[in-house]
Design a protein around this ligand. Sequence first.
Ligand code: ADP
Ligand code: TRP
Length: 331
Amino acid sequence: MEVILSGMRPTGNLHLGNYFGALKNYVSLQELYDCYFFIADYHLLTTHPNPEDLLANVKTILCQYLACGLNPEKATIYVQSSVPEVAELYMYLNMLTYVGELQRVAAFKEKVRQNPNNVNAGLLTYPTLMAADILLHRATKVPVGKDQQQHLEMTRDFAERFNKMYKVDYFPLPQAFNFGNDLIKIPSLDGNGKMSKSYGENATIYLNDEPSVLKKKIMRAKTDSGPTEKNQAKPIEIENLFALMRSVSKPEIIEQFEDAYNDCSIRYGDMKKQLAEDMENFVSPIRERIKELSSNEEYLNKVIRMGGEKAQANASKTIKEVREIIGFKKL
Ligand code: ADP
Ligand code: TRP
């Protein structure tokens, strides 16, 4: 049986890109495989979050995971810090990791460039902690975006190194989960790149945006003065509006606006109004569930406890076996 695992750092609210690029896939995977989905609060410590905010951030993401359809009865949904066994595996893996290979990681180099005054050892060893997350559950498939591919390759290297060092075939070498088609990319509303929480409030649609906010963001999205020739190629900001429409609107609606674009009769105001309406219909049930869940503290605590216990049962088995392989025999 394939074991699927993925995690996300609790850095704020989920947006439409997170939904279509990650959560929607998690929801379908939980029906088919043994899935672990966790909230990476240890990873967050590289940026020294305020103690008062830490649990609140975790609960925000948890509510949004559940509101998107992750089911704690089907998948193991847990908080990383509920399973401190991961820190032990992280230490063992660090003993097999070269400082040089960590210094060469693209994401690390980028962080150093952005924040030269906060280059802590935790940031350097981020890939080893991520490998520990994956190997702790002996996961075989990891659904991640392109930006995490290098970390995943390193996880394979560490797993292979461990197996070779101790002459065992213990850790499977995890692969990226392949959805059979190209990964979906939800564009930003301002015509630049992908939707992301780092690219400004107005360019990103959050799953908990209020109806008026959502509408305003879409109505303000960048457009141009319209096509002047039939079947003209679309400039990027117009293509982005169509891409957003393709994610939430009915096929006949999309076709109607495609036709209008191609015969130059399109009115972007109408298109945005339609997109805002379809987006609202898509987001509103999720937004309502987020509201309901966030007022149900007792249920959230129960989900955290239950997931923690399930994840820990599996983790402690791995750690026991790893200790034996390394040579720590129980006396
Ligand atoms: P952000 O760019 O907002 O910081 P993250 O890097 O935390 O988002 O992404 C978490 C998950 O959501 C990853 O699996 C990533 O591939 C997916 N994701 C984020 N933004 C998008 C997007 N615009 N389109 C598709 N998937 C996305
Ligand atoms: N590094 C991932 C990100 O920033 C989050 C993460 C931590 C993760 N541990 C993981 C993802 C293990 C997949 C598997 O998005």
